[in-house]
Structure formats: structure tokens, C-alpha cells
Design a protein around this ligand. Structure first.
Ligand SMILES: [Zn+2]
Length: 133
């Protein structure tokens, strides 16, 4: 499945970012996906949930924002929003050949919690072996 490999690389990014920012758990991942990226948000969410199950991103919410498709007209060079996949310039009728945006998939932000909370001394397993066993 197409979405599975995307979810996998998404998870890689999320885990790497979490490491960099010392996150103990991830709550929300915000994504921007171009309308032409060929990604079904529901499928991606499903795969992501599956893959994150045993990671610190387990239970993280995937917020997907679909970005508009914009193309540049080859005739008048205007930037034209593409609707309903009609790749014709509304100004001059030329075909829109150059896609400016709409295929991207980018991680906008990752929200999580840091694990800086353990100030207690409960897990001190120092060298306290009783001598003479
Ligand atoms: Zn045009």
C-alpha cells in the first residue's frame, strides 16, 4: 500500500524530531498534503496508527491539512489554482503544465510532552550491595 510507506517515513521523521526535542510522547502531528499527492488521509491515518502502536508516538493524533493545487500557466504565466483537476487556464485557455504546489507532503509541527518530569529519587540503584553474600 502506498500510504504504508508514507506512514513509515512519516514515523521516521516524527521519531527523529522527538529525539531532537526530548519528547517522551507525541500527541499531535500536523501535516500538509497537497491535493495531488495521491494520499488518502484516512488510509494514511490508519497506517500511521498501526505503525506507531509500540512507539512513543502511539496514540498520536494525525492532523491533515490538504493544500490547494496551484499551477503556472504556460501561456500567460499566471499562477492559477486548479479546481476539480481541470488543468486549463481560466484566463487564456492554455493548458497548465507546470505544477507549483499540490504534490507536497510536509510535517508542519509535532506536539508532545517532554520526559523532564522525573525529579524524584525513586530509581536510584546505586552500589548498595550488602557486603558478604
Ligand atoms: Zn493563461
Amino acid at each position: 500500500m502506498h500510504e504504508m510507506s508514507i506512514a513509515q517515513s512519516l514515523l521516521d521523521i516524527v521519531l527523529e524530531e522527538s529525539r531532537r526535542h526530548d519528547l517522551a510522547s507525541v500527541r499531535v502531528v500536523r501535516l500538509q498534503i497537497g491535493a495531488m499527492a495521491g494520499v488518502v488521509p484516512e488510509a494514511l491515518t490508519f497506517c500511521f496508527e498501526l505503525l506507531t502502536r509500540d512507539t512513543l508516538a502511539s496514540g498520536a493524533l494525525l492532523e491533515i491539512e490538504t493544500t490547494a493545487v496551484v499551477a503556472r500557466c504556460s501561456g500567460c504565466e499566471r499562477l492559477v489554482p486548479v479546481e476539480d483537476r481541470v488543468f486549463l487556464c481560466p484566463h487564456c485557455g492554455d493548458p497548465l503544465l507546470e505544477l507549483v504546489s499540490g504534490r507536497e507532503l510536509s510535517v508542519m509541527s509535532i506536539e508532545g510532552e517532554t520526559g523532564n518530569d522525573h525529579g524524584s529519587d525513586q530509581s536510584s540503584c546505586g552500589p548498595e550491595h550488602p557486603p558478604g553474600e
